[in-house]
Design a protein around this ligand. Sequence first.
Ligand code: TXA
Ligand code: MG
Length: 325
Amino acid sequence: MKVSFKDAARLLASGGVVAVPTETVYGLAARADNPRAIARIFKIKGRPADNPLIVHVANLKQMQPLVKSIPEHISKIKKFWPGPLTVVMPANKTSVPGIVRAGLSTVALRIPAHPLFLKLLKITGPLAAPSANPSGYPSPTSAAHVLADYKNALPVLDGGQALHGVESTVIFFDNSGEWQILRAGAISSEMLAKELGPPKNNHNKKRPAVCAPGMKYRHYAPQAKLVLVSRHNKKLFLKTPTGTTSSQNRTLVIGFDDTKSIFPVLSLGKRTNPRTHLRRLYALLRKADALGYKKVLVDMDFGTNGLGDTLRERLFRASKLTKLH
Ligand code: TXA
Ligand code: MG
């Protein structure tokens, strides 16, 4: 059920779990210093215990006691805070319970930009919050998504539609001060490289030594089967289905304003606007399920920039595919 700001603050202060709006996606929040409340988050989401949570703070002052040290290069990227950037730092283990960190010696931290969430954090102190979706499903980008996912049973603070519609970018600095992206997100690698220089992955093509534990799980997947369609295989959108009309009724295309298909098309917007694609993607995957489609063809003609990488990464993982049709 929806709750007022006051009730959300009260519930969190007394060890409750509340779904909260952020500028990326809705989160499922509890006080970061309350292991019992955090355990409820894992239970509600069905989240594997080895997947650590992001801790959200209102400012650097709230962040300081949670870490051993703040990486030196943070000064160059502070301009992304408040905003969709998460930095993994050495944890102060006495102030961040092990359950939040999934037993790691690091903690992931973010100063979010949503005004209501920031206001809440100033009252409650640090809040741990994963995306509010049941584990594996696309993240919620509106209060209505959260209410639907948990059959109206969770308290939700409604902060409108999420601005970015996709999760924060998670980065890490190694001992020599080099940085790498652990999870692509709303801030592109180009935006970060402009401030920090090229990431470590660019020097050597090996897999990063450190990974976000969450990356090994299937994520963002709707009930419908996803088929990712490359620019070279657009005929799939036009092929007459071999089955009956009912198979045609059960197939949908997620594409752009100008995608042509014999199937109904839900549009991510103009082909040239990756910010709009990110904002709409999860909502459209959810809509495909809500409308009862069994198969979704996705037009994968995204740009070759960092935000295109984020979109491709999410869709590859949602479809469990490793290459395009
Ligand atoms: O935008 C976001 O980041 C949203 C909003 C609610 O802030 N949160 C979010 O949380 O996406 P979640 O739990 O769905 O994803 C967090 C990711 C996971 O892949 C997790 O493994 C990784 O961050 N992570 C968390 N703590 C980490 C750590 N100490 N080291 C490496 N990766 C970490
Ligand atoms: Mg998530």
